[in-house]
Structure formats: C-alpha cells, structure tokens
Design a protein around this ligand. Structure first.
Ligand code: 5RP
Length: 229
C-alpha cells in the first residue's frame, strides 16, 4: 500500500501504528522511525483510541506524553500486546539496535511483548549483519569488556557524546561501547557469548523480531513476517 509520504521512515512508522487496536498495551521504541509511529498513535488517541504505552527511553516517554499517549510501566503491565521499535540493521529477522543507546530497555520491552515489530527504511536490510554491535557497559568494566570482546573477534570503541565532552552515558547511567565484528555469520552464537561477558549489561543483538515494516523511497512499505501473527 502506498503512503502519501515520500519519507521511508515515516511510511514504515505510520503504517506499523495501524497494528495497534483499542485496549492494547504498547511498547514505544526509541529513534526517528519509531517517532513517526508514536506521533501517529498520538493522533489516533486524540480520535478516541484507548491504549497505554510503555516507553523504552526518556526520548520515547517525552514524545508519548507530548502526543497525549498515557503511559504505564512493566510493573503494572508485565505483558505487552505489541512493541514497535526501530533498528540499525536487520537480517533474517535478527536486528542490531542501540544506535540511540537505548537497547537495554528496548530489549526488556521487546521481550515482554507478544509481538515485536521493527520499523526501518530499506537501507537497513542486509543479507548478513555487519553493523557494529552496541554494548551497554558498567563504567568500571570498560577495559575488561574491551579485552573479552577482542577474544570474540570484536574491536570496541567507547561512544563519545555530541554536544557533551566525554562518553555517552545511557539512560541507566552506563557507557556505550560499539563493537565491530565485521560480518557476523552466526549472530545467535555471538549474542550468547556477549551475554556471558561480565560488565556488559546488555548488547544490541535482538533475536526475537516477529515482523519488519520496511519503508521505501516511493512511500510504499514492504511487510515481512516470521510467522502468521
Ligand atoms: C535506539 C535504537 C533505534 O531504534 C535505532 O538506532 C534506529 O534509529 P532510527 O529509527 O533513528 O534510525 O535502537 O537505541
């Protein structure tokens, strides 16, 4: 279906927002693509849609509130109906996330949802993942993580702030390290190895993607689904 916009991120975000129905508890992802979904949900809430949102970051909480979406928490609603979030790269229904340093909360929310929907523009689809993997790291573990990730074949870099001197500090008060592994032939194994590393709070490989909404430059959206949902 063709959207009226020529912006691929907007097309994907707004189209995915149509999956949300009355009385749903909705995970609200982080980033510029999800922002279009949140704004569209805000428009629908103004028209009477009754939902509660669970934000994945300060960014999505602020945006949801500005757009009139009532918020709740995972304590009150531990199971979500759907989560809509962006990604930095997707291949074979596995996503790399964390370009906005929010992947820890994003993963908690995604794994709490019955359906995890990723919204991207088509430049982010790949045959094999190769994007650097964001790691949220306890500051005191920076050198240990650098050493242990090197043993797995990755080269890490502490992410530096823009308009802030020194490192990016996540919403949880930790560093972000981007780990470049080149082509990642076995992302499931790498995901497990990174989860074993002391000092890594969470990594940006998401293996639970159910659907991908891929926006194209002509305003069309390709939808791919892992199974019938
Ligand atoms: C934030 C994320 C974002 O969803 C990802 O970086 C994509 O962002 P955008 O939609 O702005 O391209 O994982 O941590």
């Amino acid at each position: 279906m063709k959207n009226t916009t020529q912006n691929p991120k907007q097309a994907a975000g707004e189209r995915a927002a149509k999956l949300v129905k009355n009385n749903m508890i909705v995970g609200l992802g982080t980033g510029s693509t999800t922002a279009y979904a949140i704004k569209e949900l805000g428009r629908r809430v103004a028209d009477g849609l009754d939902i509660l949102g669970v934000p994945t970051s300060y960014q999505s909480a602020f945006l949801a509130t500005e757009n009139g979406i009532p918020l709740t928490t995972l304590d009150e609603h531990p199971v979500l109906d759907i989560d809509i979030d962006g990604a930095d790269q997707v291949a074979n229904f596995i996503a790399i996330k964390g370009g906005g340093a929010a992947h820890t909360r994003e993963k908690i929310v995604a794994e709490s949802a019955k359906k995890f929907v990723v919204v991207i523009d088509d430049s982010k689809m790949a045959d094999v993942l190769s994007h650097p993997v964001p790691l949220e790291v306890i500051p005191a573990a920076r050198k240990l993580v650098e050493k242990n990730v090197a043993k797995l074949g990755g080269k890490t870099q502490v992410r530096m702030g823009v308009n802030k001197d020194g490192p990016v500090i996540s919403d949880n008060g930790n560093f972000i390290m981007d780990a470049d592994f080149g082509k990642i032939d076995d992302p499931v194994s790498l995901s497990k190895e990174l989860s074993y590393c002391t000092g890594i709070v969470e990594h940006g490989i998401f293996t639970n993607v159910d659907m991908v909404y891929i926006g194209k430059k002509d305003g069309t959206v390709k939808i791919i689904s892992l199974r019938n949902l």
